[in-house]
Design a protein around this ligand. Structure first.
Ligand code: ADP
Length: 631
């Protein structure tokens, strides 16, 4: 049984000032154990008496019913014979026998009584004379014949001879068989002439009691057991066998020569709400529940003695069942508490994990925010750097423009110096010729001076064009015109490089949408670069061609120089990209030209001619309306 374990657990929790219990699981088990021990102790202390009381009451109720049935049966059995003696006593043959007890009549009566006894299923039938002698009996022919016996000491005889009906229970002095005696007087002419007795056997009744739940006993008024399912209890007294009692019993010889003794009663009294008595038996003490019912008509007390051992066992079983249920309930409770504990632990773990995750996410977010801030700073720095770069570029473009201006100034001074020197020489010549009177030659010389000034005026006009603002409007520009103006500017450069320029504008003389000055600027750049490329080479030819292709016009400048290598082809349009030595090239020419082409809605590309040399192609929209180039 698990009680001791519960007790130990309870002792552990209550008595031992043990170190604090850290594990919630162990604590749950200890609590469950303590609860079990406490409730189990309460059940044992209060539940056991209650269970016994209720089991006893139940057994008593059952026993009382059995007892009532038994008493009813006993009464019925008695009543069957109660009325017989007066009826038999009224028989004329008996009266005659008593009046004149002849041998014949006795024999006839003996036979009659024997037959009647068989029919009535009684034990014995006999007729007595007023002095108590038995004159005729149903057992006349047996060794224990009553005939001739005197039973005048029996109370049933005394009652009948006195005129009443007698009834008596006793052990037969002759037959040594227990029986119940019913008697009645035989009256003849008003006088009592004898007594008729019917003895009833009670052993069949005892036999019927066998197998009942408990032992039946019937006691007489002196408390002596004369009927019992257990032969060893017969003639035992439930009350102390005092001299008085023994004397009263001896007078009637109720129990003949049977030895009377006291029942070995050790204890008596109520237990668990019922009357009990405890007997000493060879097997030990035996507690019996006593249920009783009076039969006043016979002066008997019928008792049912029920062994309480089974009742106690039943009660103990019930208590054990309750303890088992308690154990199961406690275990279930402990398991539920355990589960809840485990669930709580798991939830706490999950919460901790979630908090950890949240913290990590927060930390990572903070990191990301830092990185973001750094990136923003970097972007701002980059933007500032870019702006600075652009400013620097703008400055450099300005510087490039100034450098170009310087170059142009040098070119212009060269262009102007040549005709000026010629003009001075021609002027000196003319003066000399006039002094000599050679007026015709002088006139010719002056004409030359005039043409030279005309050329200088032309150069000045182009200078004015360069001075123009670049934000001119786009308009139709005849390519031929642009080329002519360009040659005015680059003529000296071609001459310096000793290059020859071959121009082929096709038959249609194309017109493009452009700004005349800027178109000129582009062409100046391309031709200057070509002149640079071929300078010092054996083949110094440069081709300038224009072709109409649908609504586009492509102007190409081809030289026979080294061409543009693949490595630098992608970069030559970048500002400040130059392969020319310091002081020679600024790397702005192609960049400016590229942007101008874009401004015109066209494109500037470079390629290498299969036969060698670079080919720059300027593709522009063809002008649909022929008009004068914007001046
Ligand atoms: P710059 O002439 O001042 O160097 P450009 O922008 O006009 O600047 O030219 C950039 C570079 O392109 C030149 O330095 C040169 O290397 C290359 N380039 C331009 N035109 C030609 C060409 N016709 N043949 C070979 N390389 C050329």
């Amino acid at each position: 049984m698990s009680l001791p374990r519960g007790s130990i657990l309870a002792a552990m929790t209550t008595a031992a000032p043990s170190p604090p219990v850290h594990s919630p699981r162990l604590r749950n088990w200890l609590v469950a154990g303590a609860v079990f021990a406490a409730v189990a102790a309460a059940i044992i202390a209060f539940g056991t008496p209650y269970a016994k009381r209720s089991e006893m009451a139940e057994a008593a109720a059952r026993g009382e019913a059995t007892l009532r049935l038994a008493v009813t049966a006993l009464r019925g059995h008695m009543r069957r014979y109660e009325a017989l003696p007066p009826l038999i006593a009224d028989d004329d043959d008996i009266k005659e026998l008593l009046a004149q007890p002849s041998e014949e009549r006795r024999a006839a009566m003996n036979a009659y009584l024997k037959d009647l006894n068989t029919v009535l299923e009684s034990s014995d039938l006999y007729v007595m004379l007023p002095d108590g002698d038995t004159i005729a009996a149903s057992n006349h022919d047996t060794p224990t014949s009553f005939v001739g016996e005197n039973f005048s000491y029996r109370p049933y005889f005394l009652d009948a001879i006195a005129g009443g009906q007698g009834r008596f229970f006793a052990l037969g002095t002759t037959s040594l068989k227990r029986g119940y005696y019913f008697s009645a007087p035989v009256r003849s002419n008003g006088a009592i002439t004898g007594v008729v007795v019917v003895k009833v056997d009670i052993e069949p009744i005892e036999a019927a009691w066998q197998g009942a739940e408990g032992d039946f006993i019937v006691t007489d008024p002196e408390g002596i057991i004369f009927m019992s399912g257990r032969p060893e209890w017969l003639y035992s007294g439930l009350l102390p066998l005092t001299q008085e009692r023994l004397a009263r019993t001896a007078v009637s010889r109720r129990y003949a020569n049977a030895e009377l003794r006291e029942l070995p009663i050790v204890a008596e009294g109520p237990a668990y709400g019922q009357d009990t008595m405890t007997l000493r038996t060879p097997q030990g003490r035996r507690e019996l529940m006593v249920l009783k019912e009076q039969m006043p008509e016979a002066g008997w007390t019928v008792k049912l003695l029920v062994d309480t051992a089974a009742i106690h066992a039943q009660a103990h079983t019930k208590v054990a069942g309750a303890l088992l249920l308690l154990l199961i309930a406690t275990l279930a409770l402990a398991i539920v508490m355990q589960r809840r504990g485990r669930l709580a632990e798991r939830m706490a773990l999950q919460r901790a994990a979630r908090e950890d995750l949240e913290q990590r996410v927060a930390a990572r977010t903070a990191d990301l925010a830092n990185v973001n801030r750094r990136l923003e700073t970097e972007v701002a720095e980059r933007t500032a750097t870019e702006a600075q770069l652009r400013q620097t570029q703008a400055d450099l473009v300005q510087a490039g423009k100034l450098a170009a201006l310087g170059q142009m100034a040098a070119a212009l001074s060269h262009e102007f110096n040549q005709p000026l020197t010629a003009v001075r020489t021609f002027a000196d010549n003319a003066a000399t010729l006039i002094e000599r009177g050679r007026s015709d030659e002088a006139r010719e010389t002056v004409g030359r001076i005039s043409s030279l000034t005309e050329r200088m005026a032309s150069i000045a006009r182009h200078l004015r064009n360069f001075a123009r603002k670049p934000n001119e409007r786009l308009g139709p520009v005849p390519v031929a015109e642009a080329v002519r103006d360009t040659l005015e500017i680059v003529g000296w450069r071609l001459k310096a490089a000793d290059a020859t320029l071959h121009i082929d504008l096709g038959e249609t003389a194309p017109v493009v949408m452009a700004g005349a000055v800027r178109l000129q600027q582009v062409l100046v750049n391309l031709i200057s670069n070509a002149a640079d490329a071929v300078e010092g080479l054996p083949d110094r030819r440069i081709d300038l061609a224009a072709r109409v292709d649908g609504d586009k016009v492509t102007i190409t400048v081809r030289d026979r120089g080294p061409g543009v290598s693949q490595a630098i082809a992608g970069r030559i349009f970048d500002p400040f990209f130059s392969t020319k030595g310091v002081g020679k090239g600024l790397g702005l020419g192609l960049s400016i030209s590229y942007n101008i082409a874009s401004d015109f809605g066209g494109r500037l590309t470079v390629a290498n001619h299969p036969e060698g040399g670079a080919v720059f192609s300027l593709t522009l929209d063809a002008a649909t309306v022929l008009a004068e180039a914007a001046e």
